[in-house]
Design a protein. Structure first.
Length: 114
């Protein structure tokens, strides 16, 4: 007995990719804005140390995009830090003091850029 298989596709299977949501495009555009590269590198070092202490990959702590935004905005408190995309209240509570201390130490010896 011979069996034939027929594969069925949804009507949308061969359409092009969906357009990215406006919020995602805006975040990508924001990430192209200038930032303080020296501060960014210092924040990456802080992130690496936190990740090593917890045995996690660095991106589990914060993404580079969040660090770049911190190097643009120079947040001065946990609330400002929590408002940065991809940080949020939980990460601001957990890691905020460490990152904010690094930003404050950096600003003691460097003028704000931008």
């Amino acid at each position: 007995m011979e069996m034939k298989c027929q594969q069925i596709f949804a009507a949308t299977s061969f359409e092009g990719p969906a357009e990215e949501p406006a919020e995602k495009r805006r975040q990508a555009a924001d990430d192209d804005q200038p930032y303080d590269k020296e501060l960014f590198e210092r924040l990456r070092t802080v992130r690496r140390k936190l990740a090593e202490e917890r045995g996690l990959p660095a991106y589990f702590i914060l993404h580079d995009a969040a660090l770049r935004q911190m190097a643009r905005d120079y947040p001065g408190n946990e609330g400002e830090l929590a408002n940065i995309s991809r940080v949020g209240e939980k990460r601001a509570r957990e890691f905020g003091a460490t990152f904010l201390a690094e930003i404050e130490a950096y600003l003691d010896n460097h003028p704000r850029q931008g």
